[in-house]
Ligand binder design. Structure first.
Ligand code: NDP
Ligand code: BG6
Length: 534
């Protein structure tokens, strides 16, 4: 059993059993991380707390600086205090350790500036050079774009114009003697585009300044331990891969349910909707890891090549199948956690006549030898009864039943991979009930991260920030993957736009706190199946 250290002033370095088999433990080179959008929500709730937790686990290099960049004029001291409060509220292990914080905070700086202003970037360049000289950082840099998506292109252009992120030498070019040149990497938040055309345009634009090897498009689901464990589960065990195909699998359900509503992000969500917000990125990424062929190595291109094939093999849903394959809906007033909650249209920054979906359910097929004929059912929504992300693999029934009465069926096996919360894996199967009769009852074999390893999994952002510092882009999405998933999703959006233009396809509602509209159930019952209650 591993234990969480209870003396916060002496952070012990524990081996993390969840990382075993995935990547070597390496310590990144000294570096500076510039966070554009440092006064924003993401920086407060996720980024600084993740960097603090990495420091606590001694996974960051001893020489490491954080430079926050945003519009507001605040001093380094005020920014450090704000970040201290943010870490105290959001870091994985709280309260924060005062001694550790003092050392960590000494290397946090703030630089005021505007994304569109070249002078701000020249000032940043000068400030970075000063910090790097003082701390002996050798010029390695990571730029984190926690900015509004509309600013991704202009920030990257400004980085290029200020010569802050030079391209690495071409692959295969002879290495000059001496130490390798410092690296400059750029992490880009989501959403990456709003459809296929905008994603392509953004890729074209950033490739004018950056090489693909410098670009880290973040999808925080790929940083979740349980999502990474899909790879270990499938490819480090010999017994699952033989049944991971259409001979044995009847269908697969992927659920990404949230109990929260849109909270303060109504303005953003109005433009996005569930299909863009959750399916195009998180759920399709999970699907591609679940369904891909074994990669030839655990390296960025080998893994992403295989994921890409899955995304390219997604069958387009023809207009004639829309009614039976695609469901969208919006939450109306209802209840959550025993309290009455308002409907989506009454949320702040949401139009009272909004036609944005907060729930989507889809039936899709992957046209490959492995998955031919196996339906994948995906659903995602806000204000559902609980927060749960799960993949449920429903296996085919035994071909010939020896037990039970004629015509009776035994419940087929289900492998449920729980991504969050209560991370773990459960296999349901039939077992004989004790007694004289051959009666069968469903039972479950369970693995839970918490009880098996006794450690809490790290936050997704911790893993992803560390991987970027290490130069490992396996868990980041490549340009072609993003475009392939948009190509599939954009067709659905286009169809919805046609429906709206023709006055058809009125958006159904579901009461907050329910599992979506009746049409989502019909999508399953029409196939003689039902959603699993996660
Ligand atoms: P916020 O609106 O909270 O923060 C935006 C930040 O950008 C602020 O620091 C703001 O600075 C700064 N900023 C905006 N315009 C300019 C400008 N012209 N020049 C300089 N600074 C500017 O956004 P979030 O933190 O919520 O989101 C950031 C990114 O992360 C977005 O791409 C979002 O889609 C993505 N994301 C966010 C999630 C979340 O939970 N928040 C989840 C997943 C992705 P100032 O305060 O000075 O105005
Ligand atoms: C974000 C979406 O990418 O993921 C949010 O923009 C959503 O709308 C969030 O709430 C869900 O992430 P998690 O890690 O809480 O499942």
């Amino acid at each position: 059993m591993f234990e969480t250290p209870d003396a916060p002033s002496a952070p012990a370095v524990l081996p993390n059993p969840l990382r075993e088999g995935l990547a070597e433990e390496r310590v990144p080179e000294p570096a500076a991380m510039v966070i554009f959008g440092a006064s924003g929500d993401l920086a407060h709730r996720k980024l600084l707390p993740a960097l603090y937790s990495l420091t606590r686990d001694r996974l960051l290099p001893a020489r490491f600086a954080i430079v926050g960049f945003a519009r507001r004029a605040v001093s380094d001291e005020v920014f450090r205090e704000e970040m201290r409060a943010a870490c105290n509220e959001h870091a994985r292990r709280r309260p924060i350790d005062p001694d550790l914080w003092s050392a960590f905070a000494r290397n946090i700086f703030y630089q005021q500036g505007e994304y569109e202003d070249p002078a701000s970037f020249l000032a940043l360049k000068q400030r970075l050079a000063d910090i790097e000289r003082t701390l002996g950082l050798h010029g390695n840099r990571v730029f984190y774009l926690a900015t509004p998506p509309s600013s991704f292109a202009s920030v990257i252009r400004s980085l290029g114009e200020a010569e802050l992120a030079p391209k690495p030498p071409p692959l295969g070019a002879p290495q000059p003697p001496g130490a390798p040149p410092p690296f400059a990497r750029v992490i880009i938040e989501k959403p990456f585009g709003t459809d296929l055309e905008t994603a392509r345009a953004l890729n074209r634009h950033i490739h004018e300044t950056l090489d693909e090897r410098q670009i880290y498009r973040i999808d925080h689901y790929l940083g979740k331990e349980t999502v990474q464990n899909l790879l270990v589960f499938r490819f480090a065990n010999g017994i699952f891969e033989p049944v991971w195909n259409n001979r044995f699998v009847d269908h697969v359900q992927i659920t990404g349910a949230e109990s929260i509503g849109v909270e303060t992000r109504g303005g953003y969500f109005e433009q996005a909707g569930s299909l863009r917000d959750m399916v195009q990125n998180h759920l399709l990424q999970v699907l591609s890891l679940f369904a891909m062929e074994p990669p030839i190595a655990f390296d960025p291109d080998a893994v992403r090549d295989e994921k890409l094939k899955v995304l390219k093999a997604l069958r387009y849903i023809p207009a004639s199948d829309f009614e039976t394959h695609v469901v969208r809906a919006q939450y109306a007033a209802g209840s959550s956690g025993g309290e009455a909650v308002r409907g989506y249209r009454q949320e702040p920054h949401v139009s009272p006549s909004s036609a944005t979906e907060t729930f989507v359910a889809l039936k899709l097929f992957i046209d490959s030898w492995r998955w031919a004929g196996v339906p994948f059912y995906l659903r995602s929504g806000k204000r559902l009864p609980k927060r749960v992300t799960e993949i449920a693999v429903h296996f085919k029934e035994a071909p010939h039943l020896l037990f039970g009465r004629r015509g009776e069926s035994i419940r087929p096996n289900v492998l449920a991979i729980r991504i969050q919360p209560d991370e773990g894996i459960a296999l349901n199967f039939g077992s004989k009930l004790p007694g004289p009769a051959m009666e069968i009852a469903p039972v479950s074999m369970e693995f839970r991260y918490g009880s098996s390893f006794g450690v809490e999994p790290p936050e997704a952002y911790e893993r992803l920030l560390l991987d970027c510092l290490l130069g490992d882009s396996t868990l980041f999405t490549r340009a072609d993957e993003v475009e392939a998933s948009w190509a599939w999703v954009s067709r659905i959006h286009r169809r919805w736009a046609e429906e709206t233009a023709s006055g058809a396809g009125a958006l159904p509602t579901y009461p907050a706190g329910s599992w979506g509209p009746p049409a989502a159930d019909r999508l399953m019952t029409a196939d003689g199946r039902a959603w699993r209650l996660p």
